[in-house]
Design a protein around this ligand. Structure first.
Ligand SMILES: [Ca+2]
Ligand SMILES: [Ca+2]
Length: 452
């Protein structure tokens, strides 16, 4: 494990026993197993000595009172020694504080009467004094890692495990960092991280291990609007969130001066507003468990000037009128109309290079979506708001030529069509005078009688 062994799980008490243990006597003074060399020496340096030994040996050491009992000293944390006792006394096999030593060993070994120790002589896994610090982000933002420069170090490997340290594969390792900091975006979860400080001769030492938690964050998106249309902000719902505050800055970075707009206490996951032309930054604060946390990513976006398009809906036989306003630096306009959904397939109708601020067009019955692009002097362009409208069918029975009135021209048009004269066109719906589903000579007779 310490040397990056992938099969460290096989290094068990039973596996090591024949190499390390003499039945009836105890641990050998010195032994080697899978390249790990264990040594024994006398010890009389008391608590202070054990603290400095643990700094040199973060892997732990075995402490022993001759003729009495041995335990594994695992660490010294917040002024307390922690141990494990494989002898099976008390809460054996788990890490426990020194205050439980007596009940555990039942044998008289104390921190103060240690007279021998066993420790790993090689490989050297000393912790180096380049404290790794981690500023945990959210799943939507960076988690920041930084550590101190170490003298003579060649480079650093930032090693990150998810859920459990050294169990399975590492979650991520940033190899060969020359810098002493690193920003990473991590999914939500519990992590352990440390840095391997690598020296020119390829030997390495590890830093302290930091445990940290990355929580779910909010991911803020927006749909580009323009000065005449709504800009739509939306985000994912966060577990346990009670409300969201959307904070928008104009012409500045976030937190630079006053916010342009703050929408407090949004309970849904969407907000729409019309913003004037300009550059913006925005983010979302989430209120969770009555605590206020900055959680979302920051988005940067630009709102461009766009014309405001309006429509006066006609019918099949009456033109539909579009109107828009001029905007600064616009030299012409392109009107674009889609049947059904915008951008779904080809447009139904387009009229480019319009210099007027209105346009009329006759459209067949159906549902439409349309906008106008303003073309600027430098040939860039920006779209208007999108309008959605429905053209109703012509309901005037007998209006075969679709001009909105019943006249002799309708009788002529129907006659030509019935005679199959080339180029003859009629509105099939309105020409079906008796509404029986087909256009024939009977409709012609009825229309003629009706007109006369
Ligand atoms: Ca007509
Ligand atoms: Ca008919």
């Amino acid at each position: 494990m310490m040397r990056g062994d992938s099969d460290w799980g096989t290094i068990t008490e039973n596996a090591v026993r024949s190499t390390a243990w003499l039945e009836g006597a105890g641990l050998f003074n010195s032994f080697e197993y899978k390249g790990i060399v264990i040594k024994n020496r006398r010890f009389n340096s008391g608590r202070a000595g054990l603290i400095s030994l643990l700094e040199e040996h973060p892997e732990g050491i075995v402490i022993y009172r001759s003729g009495i009992h041995a335990m594994v000293l695992t660490d010294y944390t917040d002024g307390i020694f922690y141990l494990a006792d494989t002898g099976g006394f008390g809460p054996a096999y788990t890490r426990f504080p020194e205050t439980q030593m007596a009940q555990n060993a039942n044998s008289g070994l104390t921190i103060d009467n240690v007279d021998q120790i066993w420790y790993v002589e090689s490989p050297d896994v000393s912790i180096v004094s380049n404290d790794l610090t981690v500023s945990a982000g959210y799943s939507t933002s960076n988690t920041e890692f930084s550590w101190n420069q170490v003298e003579n170090a060649d480079y650093y490997n930032l090693r990150i495990w998810k859920d459990k340290l050294w169990e399975g594969d590492d979650f991520k390792t940033e190899w060969d960092c020359k810098d002493t900091k690193c920003d990473l975006k991590l999914p939500s979860g519990t992590y352990f991280a440390y840095v391997d400080v690598v020296y020119p001769d390829d030997s390495y030492k590890m830093t302290n291990v930091v445990e940290f938690k990355v929580e779910d964050g909010t991911l803020l998106y927006f749909e580009q609007g323009n000065s005449s249309a709504e800009t739509v902000f939306s985000w994912n719902s966060v577990d346990g969130a009670s409300s969201y505050d959307l904070k928008i800055w104009k012409d500045h970075k976030v937190w630079d001066g006053e916010a342009y707009h703050i929408e407090w206490g949004i309970t849904g996951t969407e907000f729409s507003t019309v913003l004037p032309a300009g550059k913006y930054e925005a983010y979302l604060d989430t209120t969770k468990n009555e605590e206020y946390v900055k959680m979302s990513n920051i988005i940067s976006f630009e709102i461009k000037n766009g014309s405001k398009l309006s429509v006066e809906t006609g019918t099949e036989n009456q033109a539909t009128s579009f109107e828009w306003n001029s905007i600064p630096n616009a030299k012409s306009f392109n009107l674009k109309i889609w049947k059904d959904k915008l951008w779904d397939g080809d447009s139904y109708f387009e009229k480019s290079n319009l210099t007027e601020l209105s346009y009329d067009v006759l459209l067949p019955k159906g549902y439409y979506e349309a906008y106008v692009d303003s073309i600027f002097d430098d040939d860039t362009y920006n779209m208007s708001n999108v309008i959605k409208f429905t053209i109703e069918k012509n309901s005037l029975k007998g209006d075969c030529n679709n001009d909105g009135t019943i006249s002799a021209a309708d009788i002529v048009a129907l006659k030509k069509w019935l005679l199959n004269i080339e180029g003859a066109e009629i509105n099939i719906d309105t020409a079906d005078f008796n509404q029986n589903g087909s256009v024939d000579i009977l409709d012609f007779i009825m229309l003629k009688a009706h007109f006369l």
